[in-house]
Design a protein. Structure first.
Length: 271
């Protein structure tokens, strides 16, 4: 299978190329009459929240990828991938698996669906941390992150699927965005108190920067304080001390980069 890939650099973005200037013009919608649709191949509520914050409320559908993530993680662990390549490959495979599933049922018309796949991992000195399997796993991850700087890599890929495309599909873009996070030093009591909130269990590295675990970070003070206040949550210790990069990359979907890449991809389609 031959895939066409669109690659972009920061200086390739023209003024007004953000997604919000594109989907209104081309009628991106979930309506059956729409020629262009957007599908998020993820069950993550945080990624849905980010798409909504991008102004896409009611303009996309959600269907988790049929890919067996555990099997794929084992497969990729046996390959010499960097953490960045690992995250991007997972995102590509998630989006592609959904594309294959949808491709068999695509109508013979000019309709196109753009499928977004994403995966987020925590990277501590080259060691990849995924979601914890249990309480002990979460405890060990958080203890290792305590007091240290780690990286968070969010891989994103988008496939366009439609009868008018070569082989009925096209890889529009894929990339990895990285942020650096400095954790405060946590006591064992701090870690157990956080685990008791049940927040760590569906998150890479066992913490959520947008929730209790990211509270009071220097770089994200206002954002997290607002979210924490809205959730009426409290926590006695700071987890994230400092962060460099896109807050939304750590949350699970790099909003700024995705917005620009998706806008360029939409403009490249002849619909």
């Amino acid at each position: 299978m031959v895939l066409s890939v669109i690659t972009t650099k920061e200086n390739d973005y023209s003024e007004g190329s953000l997604l919000v200037s594109s989907f209104h013009k081309i009628g991106l919608s979930t309506d059956e009459s729409s020629k262009l649709r957007l599908l998020l191949a993820s069950k993550s509520p945080r990624r849905r929240e980010i798409l909504d914050m991008m102004g896409l409320v009611g303009r996309y559908t959600v269907k988790p990828s049929p890919l067996n993530e555990e099997e794929l993680q084992i497969e990729l662990a046996n390959k010499n991938f960097s953490p960045q390549e690992y995250a991007r490959t997972l995102a590509e495979r998630k989006a592609h698996a959904m594309g294959v599933l949808m491709g068999t049922a695509m109508p013979n018309s000019g309709e196109v669906t753009i499928i977004i796949g994403s995966d987020t991992i925590v990277d501590l000195d080259g060691t990849i941390m995924e979601k914890p399997k249990n309480e002990g796993d979460a405890f060990n991850m958080l203890r290792r992150l305590s007091g240290n700087v780690h990286q968070v890599h969010s891989g994103v890929a988008a496939y366009a699927v439609g009868a008018g495309l070569q082989n009925n599909e096209k890889l529009m873009f894929s990339f990895t965005d990285t942020a650096r996070v400095k954790f405060a030093t946590l006591t064992d009591d701090d870690i157990m108190a956080y685990i008791d909130t049940n927040e760590p269990f569906d998150k890479a590295g066992s913490y959520g920067i947008q929730g209790v675990g990211g509270q009071f970070g220097e770089y994200v003070w206002i954002v997290v304080l607002l979210i924490t206040s809205a959730n009426n949550a409290s926590y006695s210790s700071s987890a994230v001390e400092r962060m460099e990069g896109d807050f939304f990359t750590v949350m699970g979907l790099p909003m700024h980069r995705l917005s620009k890449e998706l806008s360029l991809a939409i403009r490249s389609l002849s619909i």
